[in-house]
Design a protein around this ligand. Structure first.
Ligand SMILES: Nc1ncnc2c1ncn2[C@@H]1O[C@H](COP(=O)(O)OP(=O)(O)OP(=O)(O)O)[C@@H](O)[C@H]1O
Ligand SMILES: [Mg+2]
Length: 349
């Protein structure tokens, strides 16, 4: 692993007129890390990436790369390679010329460019396509060409903005796995923007979850999944996401649809809460909460049920003994699987 490619954002603000696209964003990325910027549309992910790349200037705050303040350093001088959602290949150039382009710009000698292009093309498995034009490639091949053009420069930072979004589902999975292997073998730091939580969960060493111009949580995918620190994150992570139910907390239990559920999460005395319950945390129990099965979504190896519990809707994921629509079932959850959030601050309790 390299010792280059460390990133730090310090109190970064980005205003567009009165609108704050980023409100005091702080985070740090370690060298060699695969770091995802995850969040819904419009939450500020691309803005963050563009400020890191030097394509946009922040309104306030400072950006550091490897300890050096680069806030006013030109994009060209930041030693960063970037892959955008649209591949932005030059249509009139061959694949080889496209990959060579950044090296030509850097005034490398021809004798060095040829081997470097071959090497990058080999890493993403397109060495047999070097003489083609982008228009003669599939979406996935164009994607890999854009990746090759990014890695050819051996930059210390690799920025990717939704780079797989134009691929079909199968190719997206394949390219995703290749991308991770490639990043590992190159030892570079990767900053990866996506609104797809599954993509972030599978690729990232750590991720920052954005909501409305703010980072609400930073952690490993496992940490964020296990302990989402706000209602918004709880409702965003996991597929299907957590059930979020307004309820009353009374002395170590929450009351859902009239039935008490014991919880380990801490609150004092009696208060209103929002209960978070993963669909996978609900289980069958003989004397549990009575639920009417409204809908069964069969996903092959699992199924997702829409349940009606005296007017409260819950979703439940089941692996075996899938009930049928119209069935009446009885469900429970382990105390440690019950998350509590404050309905006012929307933060984890
Ligand atoms: N030039 C601009 N003028 C005004 N508002 C802007 C401008 N550029 C971006 N914004 C706003 O800033 C917010 C953040 O935009 P950004 O592109 O960072 O979102 P994003 O998280 O990448 O979303 P997506 O997943 O849709 O790509 C959005 O609400 C967007 O409308
Ligand atoms: Mg974006």
């Amino acid at each position: 692993m390299t010792n280059f490619g460390q990133v730090r954002f310090e109190d970064i603000v980005k205003m567009h007129g009165d609108f704050a696209a980023l409100k005091r964003v702080n985070f740090e990325i370690e060298p060699g890390e695969f770091f995802a910027l995850l969040g819904p549309s419009g939450s500020g992910k691309s803005t963050t990436l563009r400020i890191l790349a030097g394509l946009d200037a922040p309104t306030a705050g400072r950006v550091f790369i490897d300890g050096k303040d680069v806030t006013s350093v030109d994009a060209r001088d930041r030693d960063i390679a970037m892959v955008f959602q649209s591949y932005a290949l030059y249509p009139h150039m061959t694949v080889a010329e496209n990959i060579a382009f950044p090296l030509e710009m850097a005034n490398l000698r021809k004798a060095e460019i040829g081997p470097a292009v071959k090497d990058a093309a080999r890493k993403v498995k397109i060495e047999h396509l070097l003489d083609r034009k982008p228009g003669q490639l599939s979406g996935g091949q164009q994607q890999r060409c854009a990746l090759a053009r990014a890695i050819v420069r051996k930059a210390r930072l690799f920025l990717l903005d939704e780079p797989l979004s134009n691929l079909d589902a199968k190719l997206r999975l394949e390219t995703r796995a290749e991308l991770k292997k490639l990043q590992r073998s190159l030892g570079v730091t990767a900053v990866y923007v996506t609104h797809d939580q599954e993509e972030a969960m599978t690729l990232a060493d750590r991720m920052a979850v954005f909501m409305a111009g703010e980072i609400q949580q930073v952690g490993t995918p496992a940490e964020v999944f296990a302990r989402p620190n706000s209602v918004d994150i709880a409702g965003f992570i996991g597929n299907p996401p957590m059930n979020l139910i307004p309820a009353r907390y009374i002395d170590g239990s929450v009351v859902i649809a009239g039935r008490p559920f014991k919880t380990m999460a801490g609150a004092a005395g009696e208060c209103d809460v929002i209960v978070g319950l993963r669909p996978s945390a609900l289980r069958f129990a003989s004397d549990g909460l009575k639920a009417h099965v409204d809908l069964v979504e069969d996903l092959g190896d699992t199924a997702v049920l829409d349940l009606d519990c005296a007017g409260t809707t819950l979703r439940m994921r089941v692996g075996e003994s899938v009930p049928r629509e119209g069935d009446l079932i009885s469900i429970m959850a382990h105390p440690q699987d019950i998350h509590l959030f404050d309905p006012t601050t929307r933060k984890r309790l």
